[in-house]
Design a protein around this ligand. Sequence first.
Ligand SMILES: NC(=O)c1ccc[n+]([C@@H]2O[C@H](COP(=O)([O-])OP(=O)(O)OC[C@H]3O[C@@H](n4cnc5c(N)ncnc54)[C@H](OP(=O)(O)O)[C@@H]3O)[C@@H](O)[C@H]2O)c1
Length: 250
Amino acid sequence: MTLNLSGRKALVTGGTRGCGRGIVLALARNGVDVITCYQQDSEAVASLTRELKELGGNHHVVRADVTQPEQIDALLALAQQEFGSLDLVVNNAGAISHVPFGELPLEEWHRIIDTNLTGTFLVIQRALPLLGAGASVISIGSKSSEVGIPLRAHYTATKHALRGLSRSLAKEFGGKGIRFNTLALGVIHTEELDARPQETREAMIAQYSAKTALGRLGTPDEVAGAVLFLASDLARYVTGATIHVDGGIS
Ligand SMILES: NC(=O)c1ccc[n+]([C@@H]2O[C@H](COP(=O)([O-])OP(=O)(O)OC[C@H]3O[C@@H](n4cnc5c(N)ncnc54)[C@H](OP(=O)(O)O)[C@@H]3O)[C@@H](O)[C@H]2O)c1
């Protein structure tokens, strides 16, 4: 068996920045045609569109907010029109905030739940007609939902929920040959970290690196490595699983 993803069709939510961007580019480099979405226009949208054009293939970078059902319908209509079917869906778009639980406004609770959990529910449900035997659905979870983090109870609640969602769907759709898995990410070095003041950035890198077995943060490309595996036939007997991509963080 080989990776051999050439010609496959993928939908990746939130692909313009961070881990999603790494996933989109790795898929495109491996011959996968990719549709990805984002929430707000930015230079990242323009630069990703340029990079994908240079790589070649049938790729689309479109604005679609995963919290808005009608925008997800439009996204899936594009996938139907361009690809006819999907071999891979990656639920990557996510939101986080740091708020003491006693002060967490209901609106903020809903914003995080709507993006991370309801958005994933909507994308998977609306993608179902395009998924057939051999298709792979990956949801991006977090190691933090196992260990807990102060100020992020709302975020970790959604990330742990993704594991329950994936495991149940693995059983509900296993007979159809559709696989559902979750990636539990550790701390990944993205542009968001680079944008922080040098002192804060260096302190964060040192603090989190010290917690990992490998002594460093992960990269979006390393998250993409696990996505490529789960997307491929190499993982054809892997479903309902949570794969940790966390450098052995504790
Ligand atoms: N980075 C980490 O260390 C880490 C650790 C554990 C888990 N994760 C998970 O990994 C995933 C990616 O994280 P990241 O750090 O790479 O995030 P990021 O750098 O903040 O990028 C998020 C991406 O998702 C898009 N997005 C956000 N909300 C959206 C919405 N409602 N609809 C459509 N697109 C939306 C953003 O687009 P815009 O540019 O338009 O906002 C952007 O492209 C998330 O699910 C996160 O929880 C990350």
